[in-house]
Design a protein around this ligand. Structure first.
Ligand code: SAM
Length: 223
């Protein structure tokens, strides 16, 4: 039978990380909403996100995989069998929900508490990395993406499902104006330019596909 384990990354404290005050706020917000996160996300999950997750995970290459921002473990149902998957999150309360779901689904995953901006892994540790709806919340997204580039092997694969700032003028303006609303509630921004950030962080090539308008994207890149 598969088991899940939880460990705290050694010497991982948000006190010596980039944007530490904002990072601590994001952590506290996700800790606060963890018990109700699945209920809050039910509609989007049922009618939008769940249809994109299977294809993402079917595209994963290699055996050693890192999921960053695992949340409550919404991707567990789509993990391919027989991979060595490590799943990290900054929120201990989200990780508690993930551990419960891993047990229910009998998923074999190592859960790690840590910050995407200072990943507690050696260089070149993973063949692929996966994120879904995470880089809206990471305070310094380019730093987080640089860390992903570092822990991936050269040529390693980055797969993402992320919402980004629309380029359509009216929607673009509205998303910028109302960015403070989701940020205040749970620490997520709707004005992130994640495709550009992936390039800035050093990934090449970077390909993106629109899934819903030009807001929700599938991104694939190489370290
Ligand atoms: C919107 S949830 C998405 C969860 C999951 N990936 C999904 O698809 O449902 C964002 C997750 O990213 C985590 N997160 C935010 N900032 C982070 C950081 N700096 N390092 C690691 N995880 C972070 C949050 O704690 C939260 O669990």
């Amino acid at each position: 039978m598969s088991t899940s384990t939880e460990r705290t990354a050694p010497s991982q404290s948000t006190s010596d990380l980039p944007d530490r005050r904002e990072t601590e706020l994001v952590k506290q917000r996700y800790d606060r909403i963890a018990p109700v996160y699945d209920a809050m996300a039910w509609f989007a999950e049922r009618f939008r996100f769940s249809k994109w997750r299977p294809e993402l995970w079917q595209s994963v290459e290699g055996k050693t995989i890192l999921e960053v921002g695992v949340g409550t473990g919404k991707n567990f149902a789509y993990y391919p069998n027989n991979l060595n998957i490590t799943a990290l999150d900054i929120s201990p309360k989200m990780l508690q929900q993930a551990a419960r779901r891993a047990g229910e689904l009998n998923v074999d995953v190592e859960l790690v508490e840590g910050d995407a901006q200072a990943l507690p892994f050696e260089d070149d540790s993973f063949e692929s990395a996966v994120t879904s709806f995470v880089f809206c919340s990471v305070p310094d997204p380019v730093q987080g993406l640089r860390e992903l580039c570092r822990v991936l092997q050269p040529g390693g694969q980055l797969l993402m499902l992320e919402h980004v700032l629309s380029e359509k003028p009216v929607i673009h303006t509205l998303m910028k104006w109302f960015d403070f609303v989701p940020y205040r509630v749970w620490g997520a921004h709707i004005n992130r330019q994640t495709v550009e950030n992936v390039r800035i962080a050093g990934f090449e090539p970077v390909e993106d596909t629109d899934l819903s308008l030009d807001i929700i994207k599938r991104i694939e890149a190489r370290a």
